[in-house]
Each structure stands twice: as structure tokens, then as C-alpha cells.
Design a protein around this ligand. Structure first.
Ligand SMILES: NC(=O)c1ccc[n+]([C@@H]2O[C@H](COP(=O)([O-])OP(=O)(O)OC[C@H]3O[C@@H](n4cnc5c(N)ncnc54)[C@H](OP(=O)(O)O)[C@@H]3O)[C@@H](O)[C@H]2O)c1
Length: 342
């Protein structure tokens, strides 16, 4: 068994080492998976740069998505079988040939689901599903803004929300990404390098005109989004990508600046405007509501099997190209999912 260990924060070229992995036997509620592919998530970039508090102390095996086959299972695992092809949302540990993880984040996929697609269904689609289905009660005809709509979660949110008949505004950072998000279902694509999303939406609909906002950028984006929320509007915050920046060096000032950019709000404002501010953190959901995590993942896999959602795989990297894959994600070159195959 082998794993890529995160040994050093900073540049991706120096950050990972392929080492032997000593894996414990699965506990009563756990399975061991032989991993065919693992997915990258933006949180992995944050962990590499040293910004991710939940990351275990180094050296650590990070990674949230694995696709492969179950080779061992604990005695309480009655809904999964050894030999089954599965997608798994792991609590770290996925950058490995084998991973042990709790049954609540493991769902079987069909034999013809390719491993790359299976990884996309784990963290990114499941987060999007939880945010769009559990946190929100979106109605047909509502006006919804999705930040970073070309990303992994953004692609998933767009497809899930489109099914509900909402009108979607989406932001992306290049002309190519603008085209991609339009093809994926965004009605009003906004290339934020050419126009500010706040000014654009204000100019066509006015302030207080959005029913829902999905934000993963954080900082001053939140202030602007709150100004755009209509009475009854909901704002879901599930990331703070602004903290990462373009540098491989950890900045101590940047997180403080981004956190201050969020602004301070009285609960009375939300009550008075009948608005909601909702946080989403799938690690916490997995820890405290494992049955909800399982339900979300199962629903996502069923939607995929029924052809109602379609992950987009940006690139599949070889295991030897892990550092390139990290740079690709950090430098905002990807659309949809990035995957590494053993
Ligand atoms: N809370 C949770 O449980 C949870 C779970 C999964 C993901 N997330 C969060 O959801 C977000 C999306 O995750 P993902 O894995 O799907 O990544 P992703 O969206 O595929 O990649 C991040 C994208 O964010 C955009 N971006 C905008 N401003 C940025 C900035 N200042 N620095 C870096 N990127 C910026 C970039 O797209 P453009 O080129 O279009 O700007 C980039 O491609 C991340 O913030 C992640 O931490 C949270």
C-alpha cells in the first residue's frame, strides 16, 4: 500500500512524498477500499498551503474523494458488500492506493460508472446537493446566483438548480469558462474579470432582487451578495476561496483581510428582511448527521444513474503528476472535476 503524504506546506512540487502506507483494519462501521482514482478538491489546495484548520498534523494523507472497490468491511456494515464498486467521501486519506473510511460516506456505483466520474459524485456533487436540497427550498422561477459556477461544486449546483426551473446567474474567471457555464445551464453568465457581478445584477434587476446566493469565495463577496438579496432571500456560504490567492507562500494577512471583508451583521437585519444566512460544512454534517450524508450521496448517485446530472471531468492526471494537478486547480485552469488515477 502506498500514499502521497503531505509533508510540507507551500509549493506543490515540494509538498508531497509517495511513501508506504500502514493502514489499520476497518473498524465495525468502516470499509477498506482499493482506490482506482482519487479526486482533487479546492480544500486540498487550502490544506497544502497551510490554511485548512481541519487538516491533520503533517505528515498527513489528505483527500476527500476515492473511487474503487471494497476489499474489507466491518461487522456493522450490512448495506455494502466486498467487491462492490463504490464512490466514497473520505475524511482525508484518499491520496492513497487504499483507504479505510466510515460506511456513511460510501455508496455503490454501477459497473459502467468510470472511476473519474465516481469521484466527482462524492464531495463536490454531494456538497452541492446538500446545499441546494437540504439548506434551501428553491422554487420554480426564483433568481439564483452561483459563484465560481465553472468549478466542481459550481458545475454540480448549476445542474441541480436548473432542474428546479430557477433563473441562474453564474460567475466565472475567463471567456472559455463563461461559455462552459452557459452550456451547463447558467442563464446569465458573468465573466467577473470584465464586469463586477454586483454592478451587473444591479443594472439588470436592481438591488434586493435575488432569491438565493451560493457563495464559495467569501470576504467582500458576502457584503455585495447581501445587498442583492430580496426579502425572503437565502445566502449559503460554503467556502472562502479568496484566502488561497495565487502564491504558494502562506500569507498571514490575507486570511485576516478576507475574514474582515465578510462584514458584521445583526441577526435583527435578517429577521426584519425575512432572510437567511446558512453555513455548509460537509465534515460537520458527516460527523453529526451521518445518515444525511449517506442520503445525499445516495440521491446523487441515483440522479446520475437516471441521467439527470452529468459531471464534467476537466482532466485526469497520472499519480506521478499530482503536483501538476494541484497547480492546475490553484491557478484556476480547471472546469468541473480534476482526478488522479493510479
Ligand atoms: N463547505 C464544504 O463542505 C465544502 C465542500 C466542498 C467544497 N467546498 C468549497 O467550495 C468551493 C469550490 O470547491 P471545488 O473543489 O469545486 O473547487 P473549484 O470550484 O473547482 O475551484 C475553485 C474555483 O474558484 C474560483 N475562484 C474564484 N476566486 C478565487 C480565488 N480568489 N482563488 C481561487 N479560486 C477562486 C476559480 O474559478 P474562476 O476561474 O471561475 O474564478 C476556481 O477554479 C471551494 O471554496 C471549496 O473550499 C466546501
Amino acid at each position: 500500500m502506498k500514499a502521497f503524504y503531505l509533508v510540507k506546506n507551500g509549493k506543490s512540487e515540494d509538498a508531497f512524498e509517495l511513501r508506504d502506507l500502514q493502514l489499520k483494519e476497518p473498524g465495525d462501521d468502516e470499509v477498506m477500499i482499493e482506490v482506482e482514482a482519487f479526486g482533487l478538491n479546492f480544500a486540498d489546495v487550502m490544506a497544502r498551503l497551510g490554511y485548512y484548520k481541519a487538516c491533520p498534523p503533517l505528515p498527513a494523507v489528505i483527500g476527500y474523494d476515492a473511487a474503487g472497490r471494497i476489499i474489507k468491511k466491518g461487522k456493522n456494515v450490512t448495506d455494502l458488500e466486498t467487491g462492490q464498486k463504490v464512490t466514497a467521501l473520505t475524511r482525508f486519506g484518499a491520496y492513497a492506493t487504499h483507504v479505510v473510511t466510515n460506511k456513511s460516506g460510501v455508496v455503490p456505483v454501477t459497473e459502467d460508472t468510470d472511476a473519474a466520474t465516481a469521484t466527482a459524485l462524492a464531495t463536490q456533487y454531494t456538497t452541492a446537493y446538500y446545499a441546494a436540497e437540504f439548506s434551501m427550498n428553491l422554487q420554480k422561477g426564483e433568481h439564483v446566483l452561483i459563484q465560481a459556477a465553472a468549478g466542481g461544486v459550481g458545475t454540480a449546483l448549476t445542474q441541480l438548480i436548473k432542474r428546479k426551473g430557477c433563473i441562474i446567474y453564474g460567475t466565472a474567471g475567463s471567456k472559455e469558462k463563461e461559455k462552459y457555464i452557459k452550456n451547463n445551464g447558467v442563464d446569465f453568465p458573468i465573466n467577473y474579470r470584465e464586469q463586477d457581478f454586483f454592478e451587473y445584477i444591479k443594472s439588470i434587476r436592481g438591488e434586493k432582487s435575488l432569491d438565493a446566493v451560493f457563495d464559495s469565495i467569501g470576504g467582500n463577496y458576502i457584503k455585495k451578495s447581501i445587498k442583492l438579496l430580496a426579502p425572503g432571500g437565502r445566502l449559503v456560504i460554503y467556502g472562502a476561496a479568496q484566502i488561497a490567492g495565487n502564491s504558494s507562500k502562506k500569507s498571514f494577512l490575507r486570511p485576516i483581510k478576507v475574514l474582515m471583508g465578510f462584514g458584521r451583521y445583526s441577526p435583527v437585519k435578517f429577521f426584519a428582511e425575512s432572510q437567511s444566512l446558512i453555513g455548509v460544512n460537509m465534515l460537520k454534517t458527516g460527523d453529526f448527521k451521518p445518515e444525511i450524508l449517506k442520503k445525499c450521496m445516495t440521491d446523487v448517485v441515483n440522479l446520475y444513474n437516471n441521467g439527470e446530472i452529468k459531471p464534467h471531468i476537466s482532466r485526469v492526471f497520472k499519480a506521478t503528476e499530482l503536483s501538476e494537478a494541484h497547480n492546475y486547480l490553484q491557478k484556476r485552469q480547471s472546469v468541473g472535476k480534476i482526478v488522479v488515477k493510479w
